[in-house]
Design a binder for this molecule. Sequence first.
Ligand code: NAD
Ligand code: ZN
Length: 371
Amino acid sequence: MAQVTIHVPPRPYQARIENGLLARAGALLVELLPQSSSVFVVTVPPVRRRWGTKLIRSLVSAGFKPQVVQMPDGEPAKKLAIIETLAERLVRLGADRKAVLIALGGGVVGDVTGLLASLYMRGVELVQIPTTVLAQVDASVGGKTGVNLGAGKNLLGTYHHPRVVLIDPEVLHTLSDRAFRSGLYEALKCGIIGDLDLFLRFEQKRTQILKRDPVEIEGLIAQSVKLKAEIVSADEQEGGLRRVLNLGHTIGHALEVETGYRTLLHGEAVAWGMIAATNIALTVGRTDSVTAGRIADAVLSLGRLPEVKVSAHKILARLQADKKTQNGAVHFVLPREIGKVEIAADVPDKVIIDAVEELRRISRGGWVWKK
Ligand SMILES: NC(=O)c1ccc[n+]([C@@H]2O[C@H](COP(=O)([O-])OP(=O)(O)OC[C@H]3O[C@@H](n4cnc5c(N)ncnc54)[C@H](O)[C@@H]3O)[C@@H](O)[C@H]2O)c1
Ligand SMILES: [Zn+2]
């Protein structure tokens, strides 16, 4: 089993990564929590149907008496009203200050359960059991919780670190191909920002990764979590270093907003954003063409991405509107070499426009990937 420690105040915690871990969750939690704890599994119907029984059995055989609390599936459920509904339900089920909430699901379940755990009776224990690639490599580690407002995503939230993160890559087998690949882009991002070895996995083991080879996937997730844990440990609340995790997110986020979150999954938007950032880095002389080519190849060879149709000027306008929330400047994380990035706040508008135009061109089939 791979174990990664996240060093944050007031208490460090671990992420444990192993195929088949879900069936051993009860045994592991018994070592960390008093057996008398009342545990509540928060999940959504599609995940409960596929993986709920395995977790519940494991908890019961370890002596817990778990209760399941279901929430509606999907991003629209990530709103404050759901927190109140779930909290009322917890009260009715007898949850007190010693309750432990277990988030079983993707990033939505993790973010909602995390926020609920930080507010319920002024804070109860949280366990993250992420079930999407995105949640396993990104959302479950780092303590950010939140819900959306009409005005934007994740505008209400807290930092509430879990007691432990239990990652079982086997649960990813029931994900659709598209959802699976979308999460992979966030793992690839970890390689580009800080782990050459992880990046090489994508170059050298692409076929095994796309076939979801269990050993490959377990290793890839462990390495991504390790990178994220190192960054979060050094900078818990996004003072500086943590911003490198936003590689691909400046333009990625603008693409998501401009397409109304309908045509691109989050990871796909980040994939396009990473290609744009790489092009920008090349244009402004922060990286060389060999590095840029390797990054673009690694992204594009994971599969076809949805076409970018939105106009480059709209993306630029969106970035400029977002400036207010980013201390008056548009920040880009730019790759320098594989495993090294830097933050730039001085990218000329014309360079941004050209980079988005390039995405439109590539996405219409203007890129030939050399095997
Ligand atoms: N807290 C953080 O640091 C952080 C970081 C990144 C993203 N996020 C948040 O994460 C959310 C996106 O997460 P997501 O991509 O996991 O989306 P999601 O939670 O909506 O899950 C996607 C879909 O997959 C289904 N699903 C989950 N696990 C499955 C499985 N094993 N088999 C089959 N289906 C399964 C879900 O029911 C859902 O329909 C966003 O709201 C984003 O803001 C948070
Ligand atoms: Zn992301």
